[in-house]
Design a protein around this ligand. Structure first.
Ligand code: OGA
Ligand code: MN
Length: 212
């Protein structure tokens, strides 16, 4: 019997504080399978350096961002990832009903930060300009200790800092245009996650009915 995920709590957290931290979003066994899948792709050299900026403005800039990523083209058809995608999609549909945010597309990639790499303070989208509404990160690191570094640092509405350890199975989500955050460098091991965005695309660009 798998435990129910409390969508209501995640949604309330988003409204009340702009972010939510949810431990054991996935059972360890499922997260382990996704981890193994991502490491297999990584070993086959299929990750690419992440960049900053869109389109013509894209650039690799390791003084800002040092992770490597792999876009998951068809999450709903990818072994091990499909089950997670189904949960994230259900969460997005819950947000649509609860918060009226009109999510109609989800994109996701694996991200690996080798030891010493980081992502400086940033927003995932900018007010008024981007399709990204809710960012989410599923962490895939068993037995992560605070000595290992690699925290997600969230800058809260009331100007505090909240650090999240990238512990296996934890899901963080936050409002993409509102929450400033950074990834601190992991110290002696690599840091693996599955990161994605719930988007509201223009209807002309939406190929399938997301709600079905
Ligand atoms: C990102 C990001 C956070 C994390 O990829 O934009 O901020 O904890 N990731 O990996
Ligand atoms: Mn980010």
């Amino acid at each position: 019997m798998t435990e129910e995920i409390n969508f209501e709590k995640i949604s309330l957290d988003l409204v009340n504080q702009g972010y939510s931290i949810y431990k054991n979003f996935l059972p360890t066994a499922e997260a382990q399978q996704i981890l193994a899948h991502s490491l297999q792709i990584y070993k086959q050299d299929n990750f690419q350096p992440a960049g900053i900026g869109k389109g013509d403005e894209w650039q690799r800039n390791q003084s800002i961002r040092g992770d490597e990523i792999y876009w998951i083209e068809n999450p709903e058809k990818t072994a091990h990832v499909a089950n997670f995608y189904a949960k994230i999609r259900a969460l997005a549909l819950f947000f649509n009903r609860d918060l009226f945010i009109g999510i109609n597309y989800i994109e996701m990639h694996f991200a690996i930060y080798p030891a010493g790499k980081f992502y400086k303070k940033h927003f995932d989208s900018f007010k008024g300009s981007d399709k990204r509404k809710v960012s989410f990160v599923l962490y895939l690191n068993p037995d992560w200790q605070s000595d290992d570094g690699g925290e997600l640092r969230i800058y809260t509405r009331d100007k505090q800092q909240v650090d999240v350890l990238p512990e296996m199975g934890t899901l963080v989500c936050f409002l993409s245009n509102e929450i400033l955050h950074e990834v601190r460098a992991p110290k002696n091991r690599k840091r693996v996650s599955l990161t994605g965005w719930m988007r509201k695309d223009e209807l002309k660009d939406v190929l399938v009915d997301f709600s079905r």
